[in-house]
Design a binder for this molecule. Sequence first.
Ligand code: GTP
Ligand code: MG
Length: 368
Amino acid sequence: EESISVSELSQSMGVKASDLIRKLMQLGTMATINQLIDADTAALLATDFGFTVEKKGFEVEEFIPEVEVDESKLVNRPPVVTVMGHVDHGKTSLLDAIRQADVAAGEAGGITQHIGAYSVQTPKGPITFLDTPGHEAFTAMRERGAKVTDLVVLVVAADDGVMPQTAEAIKHAQAAGVTILVAINKIDKPGATPERVMQQLTEYKLVPEQWGGETIMLPVSARTKQGVPELLEYIALQAEVLDLKSNPETLAAGHVIEAKLEKGRGPVATVLVEEGTLRVGDAIVTGIHYGRVRAMMNERGEQVKEVPPGYPVEVLGLSGVPVAGDEFNIVEDEKAAKEVAAHRAEKARQKELGSVKRATLEDLFAKS
Ligand code: GTP
Ligand code: MG
């Protein structure tokens, strides 16, 4: 047990020893100047004198398990495909068309409500799709250096052409080094000019294969479903080339894709599992929120007990609504999850308070 004498504490805080002794008396402890007091009491005193005491040596990293690099445990995972493009160019419509092509969804009675991430079963295997209204999550993840997506499907409306958010999406994908597949959408429309879109895209270093370049550009229609099976085929082919693998045998980690508060369900987070297997009962922490995974739902609203890498899922049981784009981790137990979350919350609070008088226990115990 760490302890400190009243005089040492008074010196390190710059507070008169007599004031400390008076305070200790108020707390029910009779003390002399040379008396040793324990760390908890010292922290209590320091707080009383306006210091914020933080546990020194608390490293969030200690609680967050390292991703085990073990070649022998790697198994194939589905590609994660982010659909990006200018507002109203048909991202969500195209994803709906893709989901209708999903054999499994057809059996379960079709599409329910909108979710930002889901797995689609194709003849060539499962593909995970992320819808990105506004790209906030994608941008946030990229800014933190996370490479969540394996491929980008860039949706460009054939009647509208390259627009500001199209250019923005290209910039993001190229900066992240992610392969872009272009879906030239709305070709059913009378004013559709796919060649013009292709021409425009060459200005962004995206040259179609047909013109000797490397970028796959497919004319599609989310409305008539023309080109949708081919798009899926190309995605599957690209994924095969990338040979994507993850280790399912560790504690899960990944990112929050979207999150909201739902009546009767509490905070609901759609997460993408990138490493390990996520299980009901796991202790989860993301940003300043934590909890135990109470239940998980797939894109068809079915309860699932475990989720392997490369799949998205809705998670219930968090203490609050997490931030889209934040990382999530599974830790040893709920206590660890809570400690990590509390530590981060305290850090954030202190940052907000700015120039507050601060002392760490270590400072207090440092012998001068
Ligand atoms: P945001 O999420 O708001 O950025 O839009 P979005 O890109 O998801 O577009 P969304 O799928 O909502 O489609 C926008 C409009 O275009 C809707 O009215 C769709 O019905 C229409 N639309 C989408 N795809 C097609 C298509 O292939 N053909 C035609 N004719 N209309 C389409
Ligand atoms: Mg949309």
